[in-house]
Write a protein that binds this ligand. Structure first.
Ligand code: FAD
Length: 355
């Protein structure tokens, strides 16, 4: 994607996930020149359960249209979340009672569709390495990994949509970064079978399976399950106890390992230490700390991307501080994110992020 790169834009967005795509869409709709940089080759794999909650569905439908068939997996819709307090007892939390349920999708296809339809110029295989704020413009240093060359791009505003680990956040506030705690999530994909209802997303809350919680779902026949623990803790004992329980209690039979993945997450969402940005640099989605309890984060990635776009547009038009506008616009989202973790802890009967 994106071969004819200009060297100057109104806004550069770093990250081609849902927050970056939404920010780009909002800015392009206002007539701004926007570039999205993505370090990976698109479409890129994203570790995720790929469940599109109602709020995400509403936002994508309003701004991008109907989710394409290519993104859906089998089963196409999930009925709800099934939370297991042990291997015998569960409670069901249905999705969208008045519709089919929540779309079950592959993130690679879903995110690719969003970014292709955001209207901005998109450059993949391009890593943001650093930047310098000169007051009236920002100079970015990027590495084009396909051609192995350094590129310099200037912009008026910079948006970090980089996900939980953000080079931009690290650069603007190293002290903030020092106070951030991390967890590691692991997820494996197997060919195989099990007795767990594939029309539900399953969460296992017993702390013997993981420090956060352990999860299970089915996509195109693949048995996908994972767990999470604080960075530095040994994950193998949790994962093997969890796998054993799935085999003994739910007839899990794994044949071939298809994919083994891991990713980092942080505690900004639970502690309410959101980081919205500084000067003309705004952070959106997980880079800013937006992630709801049980790991639902697409809805707040989309909404904060759009809020950042609105803030930048208003900032340019009025000369007012975009961060102050963004802070106001995200007030409710921040409160809801924090509240979701309190509610999650109540449901689980324990802290869901004991880092
Ligand atoms: C196991 C798991 C399951 C989940 N399941 C769900 C679910 O079912 N439903 C849901 O709503 N949410 C789910 N989430 C959460 C959801 O995946 C995230 O909250 C969401 O992807 C955040 O979107 P984002 O745009 O902020 O960041 P991301 O989607 O992480 O996108 C960030 C992008 O930035 C790129 N990037 C990073 N740094 C740079 C750089 N320096 N230069 C260039 N590019 C860069 C990355 O390659 C990436 O493509 C899950 C998360 C996990 C870990």
């Amino acid at each position: 994607m994106g071969n004819t790169l200009k060297r100057n834009y109104d806004v550069v967005i770093v990250g081609a996930g849902p927050s970056g795509a939404a920010a780009a869409k909002g800015l392009v709709n206002e007539g701004l020149e926007v570039l999205v940089l993505e370090k990976r080759k698109l479409p890129r794999y994203k570790m995720c359960s790929g469940i599109i909650f109602k709020k995400s569905q509403d936002i994508t439908e309003k701004f991008f249209g109907k989710i394409p068939e290519s993104a859906y997996v089998s089963p196409r819709f999930l009925k709800g979340v099934r939370l297991w307090s042990d291997n015998k007892h569960f409670s069901d939390w249905p999705f969208n009672k008045d519709s089919n349920g929540a779309p079950n999708i592959w993130r690679s296809e879903f995110d690719y569709w969003l970014i292709k339809n955001c209207g901005a110029e998109v450059k993949d295989c391009c890593v943001l390495k650093g930047f310098k704020d000169y007051g009236n413009y920002i100079m970015l240093e990027c590495h084009d990994t396909c051609n192995d060359e350094t590129i310099h791009i200037t912009c008026k505003y910079l948006v970090s949509a980089e996900g939980s680990k953000s080079v931009i956040r690290e650069k603007i506030d190293p002290d903030f970064e020092k106070g951030t705690k991390w967890f590691v999530a692991y997820q494996n994909y197997y060919e195989g079978t099990s007795d767990l209802d594939p029309c539900f997303y399953h969460g296992f809350l017993e702390s013997r399976f993981g420090e956060v919680y352990a999860w299970f779902n089915v996509k195109d026949g693949l048995q996908i399950f994972g767990t999470a623990a604080r960075k530095g803790a040994k994950i193998h004992p949790y994962l093997s106890e969890y796998t054993e329980m799935l085999e003994n209690s739910f007839g899990l039979k794994v044949k071939k390992l298809i994919r083994k993945t891991g990713c980092l997450g942080n505690d900004m969402c639970t502690t309410g230490r959101f980081y919205l940005g500084k000067g003309k640099v705004l952070l959106v989605g997980e880079a800013a700390g937006f992630l709801n309890a049980f790991g639902e984060g697409i809805s707040c990635a989309l909404s904060t991307g759009l809020f950042a776009a609105e803030s930048i547009t208003k900032g340019i038009k009025s000369g007012n501080d975009a961060i102050a506008i963004y802070s106001e616009l995200t007030k409710v989202e921040r409160r809801q994110t924090k509240m979701s973790w309190k509610l999650g802890a109540k449901i689980a009967g324990r802290d869901l992020m004991p880092l």
